[in-house]
Structures are given as C-alpha cells and as structure tokens.
Design a protein around this ligand. Structure first.
Ligand SMILES: Nc1ncnc2c1ncn2[C@@H]1O[C@H](COP(=O)(O)OP(=O)(O)OP(=O)(O)O)[C@@H](O)[C@H]1O
Length: 303
C-alpha cells in the first residue's frame, strides 16, 4: 500500500473537515477522490501532504508515518489554484523549485530537461510564465511537482480551470505517469474525467467516505433505466420507487436506478398495468455521475 489511512479525522473548531477516513491505495494506479464543494477533499489532501495536522487517526505514506521526511522526499504536490511568479521564465521557475527540493546541483539541468519533456514544454522554457496559456501554466505546475521524481503525486483539481483541449493534455500526462509506475492521487469534481482515467475512486460526502472501489466495482452495482411514459400517475410513481431508486423526471422522460437488470420487466409492468403508456425503455450501466448524484443528492454540504 502506498497510502493507508486509519480513521483520519480533522475538526476545525466545531466544523468537521474529514471524519474517520479509512483508505488503502495500491501503488501504480490513479486514485480519484470525488466529492461536492466542502466535502473534505482538500482537507484530506492537506493532511496527507503534511500541510495540516490531523485531529485524530493515523496514516502511512510509502510505508512511513505521516510527516516522515524520507517519504516526503518522494511525494510531489500540485495544489489547486497555484500562482507562480509570472515574471520568471519557465526555466527560472523550475530552477528555483529544484533548489527548494534540494535536487543535486549537478543533476538539476538534466532533471529540468526531463520534466519539461514529460509535460510537453520542451523549447518553451525561456518564455516568461505570464505569456503561458492556462494549460501551459498548469503543465509547468505539474513539472514543478515532478522535479523530485516522486513515487506519489497529489494533484488537487489539476484540470478544473482548463478548456477541453488543455484537460486532455493534462489527462494524457497523468496517464503516462501511471504507465511509468507512479501513483497519482487526483482530487477532482470532474466526474467524466475521473471515470476516464482513474483505476480506483472514493466519493467523499460531508467528510466521510460514502463509496469506494474500482470504477468497475462501483458502476456494475446499478443499472440506469430511461423511460418515456405518458399517462403517468401517482400509483405508477409509487411502484417505480418500490422497484428502483432516485426517480427523476424531465417532462415525459423518467430515469430510475435499479440494483439488478432482472428488475427491468417489473418496471415495464408497473407502468402498463397501472394505465401508463410506455413509448421507450432503455437500460444502460450507470455512469459515475449517476452514482455521484444518487449518493450526494441530499445536498446539505457547506457552501
Ligand atoms: N481552515 C478552515 N477553517 C474552518 N473550516 C474549514 C477550513 N477549511 C475547510 N473547512 C471546512 O471543512 C469542510 C471541508 O472543506 P474542504 O475545503 O476540505 O472541502 P473540499 O471538498 O476540498 O471543497 P472544495 O471542492 O470546495 O474545494 C467544509 O465544511 C469547510 O467549510
């Protein structure tokens, strides 16, 4: 396990940041932490990266206790909304961070060249950061985080400010890092992105883990059924809710989640036997977004 947490908890005064977080993350994978605003994602990452002291509980990173210096040397971190000194060139910024990371002087130039290549900025390092696009700024941030050649990389919302092309570029870099054996801990609220690249996912809600597992494990649990129904009435609605959960309506279009595919004929029966007209019924495996909405739907978080 590259990360193992045991009832990790952070309380801010009378506000809960995270509560009893138990996670086990294997190395060489992309782990996605999902949650609505205020759910506790940043609090958890800050505790794991040593920026916040837990109120209680424990954690191990790279088989060392939280805060261990040897382990911290092998961890990279790209915070959310970072802003670097925009008057520096990309190269100057990387040199500064290489010094902060105490990369040996003789190795700095080759290390900087390497990370520039990894993030696709080779040849752009003499430009000032203020002339970089947002996507390039995000990639130079990633390059900084990669300077210590970390085994474990924390990325806090690395693509949220980017356009679709920029997002794809960052995604490709993250996947290439995983392919080289790195472990990536990705904080995100972009569900489709997490579904695309993450091996394991945890969903955090009001400071607690509401679901976790591989994307396949989480999604194979339920089936999403879309129906076009006219003549909808209360009896049909009641019966649909006995069979499935999370009934949603948009005009004549109804969606419901089922635990088992074998319940689909019962849905059709409930509509027809109670006087409704079924014009369409299509089943698909739930997306991470469906699961997220279902788990988080009683919105009562912070902001
Ligand atoms: N320094 C702080 N002092 C008091 N409460 C805080 C502090 N930082 C976070 N919180 C509270 O802890 C809870 C979790 O916040 P956190 O920032 O970890 O959530 P998040 O999932 O990262 O949210 P976002 O997606 O908005 O960044 C929220 O209720 C927040 O208001």
């Amino acid at each position: 396990m590259i990360i193992k947490t045991d009832n990790l908890t952070k309380v801010y005064g009378n506000r809960i940041g995270c509560q009893n977080i138990c996670l086990s993350i294997n190395e060489g994978q992309i782990f996605g932490l999902l949650g609505p605003n205020g759910a506790g994602k940043s609090t958890l990452v800050k505790m794991l990266t040593g920026l916040l002291r837990p109120t209680s509980g424990a954690a191990q990173l790279l088989n060392r206790p939280l805060g261990d210096l040897q382990a911290r040397k092998k961890i990279g971190f790209l915070p959310e909304n970072f802003r670097y000194q925009e008057w520096l060139t990309g190269y100057e910024l990387l040199s500064f961070h290489a010094a902060l990371y105490k990369v040996e002087k003789t190795k700095r130039t080759s290390r900087i060249d390497e990370v520039l290549k990894t993030v696709g900025l080779a040849g752009r390092e003499k430009q000032r950061i203020r002339t970089y696009s947002k996507g390039m700024q995000q990639r130079i941030g990633l390059a900084c985080a990669l300077l210590p050649d970390p085994d474990l990389l924390f990325l806090d919302e690395p693509t949220s400010a980017l356009d679709p092309l920029g997002r794809r570029e960052v995604r490709e870099i993250v996947v290439s890092l995983r392919n080289r054996g790195k472990t990536v801990f990705l904080n995100s609220h972009l569900l489709s992105e997490v579904e695309m690249i993450c091996d394991h996912v945890a969903i955090i809600k009001r400071g607690q883990i509401a679901a976790s597992g591989t994307v396949n494990e989480l999604l194979s649990k339920s089936v999403e059924v879309e129906m076009i129904i006219t003549g909808m009435n209360e009896q049909i609605e009641r019966e649909l809710l006995l069979i499935g959960t999370g009934l949603r309506r948009d005009g004549e279009r109804f969606c419901v989640s089922l635990d088992r595919e074998s319940d689909i004929p019962r849905l059709a029966g409930a509509v027809v036997q109670n006087g409704g007209f079924l014009y369409r019924l299509a089943a698909r495996r739930s997306s991470l977004e469906d699961l997220f909405v279902e788990l988080i739907s009683d919105k009562e978080d912070g902001h």
